[in-house]
Design a protein around this ligand. Structure first.
Ligand SMILES: Nc1ncnc2c1ncn2[C@@H]1O[C@H](COP(=O)(O)OP(=O)(O)O)[C@@H](O)[C@H]1O
Ligand SMILES: [Mg+2]
Length: 239
């Protein structure tokens, strides 16, 4: 009897934790696109105040706003997959596409922060089974952390590299290298746990989301750090 009550409580706790973490995940993933949309709208209204306004410029802004809004809604839709019990249809996707899309999305931020961003593909086997948008979110979360870690005037040449390599004959690895500040030693073994952060404005959720997404794909995540620089890695099964 007591055991039954305990297991009920256990399940309830598990559910509540999932709801709490999931709510935080959704808030985290909405924050970026909403910030971008706000910036674009502000720039557009300044632009509209100019004496001469070209329609094609306005269209460009509107296109970017639309793309961000669409991305926000698909991200939320895909995040929900992580909590669903029924199996999701996973398609064959190319990790090169996932990387290129994340790079395109982050290029403006990387340029603004003077970060050199490049992709190195060291294997012909870049195909995995999964949901492209979810893996894109995981990689994006790795990359924004690296860009933040490089935001230090003391680092003259700020380098961020994504490398795709064959980990074993059955697994492919996406590694993200930066020459930033390095992982703080005291949180190194728990950075993939939710709510672990060293940033004043951090949520500690980016890597927890990335870890959940990669495990959902039956892969695993890891990190390595020296005093200068960090390597974040996701290893995915090819099938
Ligand atoms: N590339 C990196 N270089 C240095 N520290 C990192 C890097 N990636 C993550 N971290 C550390 O891990 C913590 C957790 O990251 P994350 O889960 O994305 O949360 P947040 O970015 O909100 O702090 C960060 O606060 C930071 O201390
Ligand atoms: Mg982060």
């Amino acid at each position: 009897m007591l055991e039954a009550v305990e297991s009920d409580l256990g399940r309830q706790w598990e559910r509540e934790t999932t709801v709490r973490v999931m709510t935080a995940y959704v808030a985290h993933e909405l924050n970026h696109p909403l910030g971008t949309i706000l910036n674009l709208v502000n720039t557009l209204s300044r632009h509209l105040a100019k004496p001469v306004v070209r329609p094609q410029d306005i269209n460009e802004y509107l296109g970017s706003i639309k793309a961000e809004a669409l991305r926000a809604s698909t991200t939320i839709k895909h995040l929900r997959l992580l909590t669903e019990r029924r199996p999701t249809k996973r398609s064959s996707i190319h990790l090169t596409d996932v990387c290129r899309e994340a790079i395109d999305r982050l290029r403006p931020l990387a340029d603004a922060k003077r970060v050199r961003l490049r992709l190195e593909v060291r294997t012909d086997q870049t195909q995995v089974k999964g949901v492209k948008e979810l893996l894109g979110t995981a990689l994006y979360n790795f990359l924004v952390n690296s860009i933040a870690a490089l935001d230090d005037p003391a680092i003259a040449a700020r380098k961020l590299m994504i490398r795709i390599v064959a980990e074993t004959p059955d697994t492919t690895s996406v590694q993200v290298f930066d020459n930033g500040c390095g992982l703080p030693e005291d949180i190194r073994d728990k950075i993939f746990e939710p709510f672990v952060t060293t940033r004043a404005d951090g949520s500690g959720l980016g890597l927890a989301i990335a870890g959940d997404i990669v495990r959902w794909h039956r892969g695993r995540v890891s990190c390595r750090s020296r005093r200068r620089g960090t390597c974040m890695e996701m290893i995915l099964p090819n099938e």
